[in-house]
Design a protein around this ligand. Structure first.
Ligand code: PEP
Length: 256
């Protein structure tokens, strides 16, 4: 079995001007610029991608990610950004299907599927987000929800393509709420996702794909969450906006 290298990504959402982004990245480069125990990915807003990309061009293990892309190659899609535009800025990862995009911009599993296809075609690794809402968790339909999100979101991909996808399990009730899934709850969901992926694609792909946990990850809970056997990283929102906090998450997540 190929060991799964942990991947810790910071989703800055609609935060940080270019000037603020530079300060944060310079601090992170100083603290974890050569950190090798995990892959580190920063996902600034589109307007700060070029500035961050320039800073990351030096010798560093920190990678650049985007928060979204349009599924079309080019054309009359006002306000949208294509995979080629991201690629030109050395973007290596892109978040797809975040619950905020699903909720506010009505993205569904079919949209996620098309965007994932566009990212893979440009050799940008998709971080595909899935997760249930609070009523779905409490109504005990969360397994069905995850199954559908995976089946529809990943429909039609070859096994080799799936290897390049990172999944992020983000229970919607834990995002930005301060409520974290317990390590046992998160591990149960990750194990379920891996098992379903095995049936959907292949057992080998299921073993290989990295599954991040996201939802109020903080320095205090990162270690226990990421010590679970099926949790291969974290997608961090609020706590990734501060260099100190994000650095301790990265270091704690990799401490056994
Ligand atoms: C996210 O937006 O992906 C996220 C997990 O946010 P937070 O860490 O703030 O809950």
């Amino acid at each position: 079995m190929i060991p799964r290298k942990k991947i810790i990504a910071g989703n800055w959402k609609m935060n940080k001007t270019q000037a603020e982004a530079r300060v944060l990245v310079e601090d992170l480069l100083r603290d974890v610029g050569r950190f090798d125990a995990a892959e580190i990915v920063l996902c600034p807003p589109f307007t700060a991608l070029a500035a961050v990309s320039e800073l990351l061009s030096a010798e560093t293990n920190i990678r650049l990610g985007a928060q979204n892309l349009n599924e079309h190659a080019s054309g009359a899609y006002t306000g949208e950004i294509s995979a080629a535009m991201l690629k030109e800025l050395y973007v290596r990862y892109v978040i797809i299907g975040h619950s905020e995009r699903r909720q506010y911009y009505k993205e569904d599993n079919a949209t996620v599927n098309r965007k994932t296809k566009a990212a893979l075609a440009a050799e940008i690794k998709p971080i595909v987000c899935i997760g249930e809402t609070l009523p779905e968790r409490e109504g005990n339909t969360w397994k069905k929800v995850l199954e559908t999100q995976l089946t529809e979101g990943l429909a039609g991909f070859a096994e080799a393509e799936v290897h390049d996808i990172v999944l992020a399990y983000e229970p919607v009730w834990a995002i930005g709420t301060g409520k974290t899934a317990t390590p046992a709850q998160a591990e149960e969901a990750h194990q379920f996702i891996r098992t379903h992926l095995g049936k959907l694609v292949s057992p080998a792909a299921a073993e290989r794909v990295r599954i991040q946990y996201g939802g109020s990850v903080k320095p205090e809970n990162a270690r226990e969450l990421l010590n679970q056997p099926n949790i291969d990283g974290a997608l961090v929102g609020g706590a990734s906006l501060d260099a100190r906090g994000f650095t301790s998450i990265i270091k704690n997540a990799c401490a056994s």
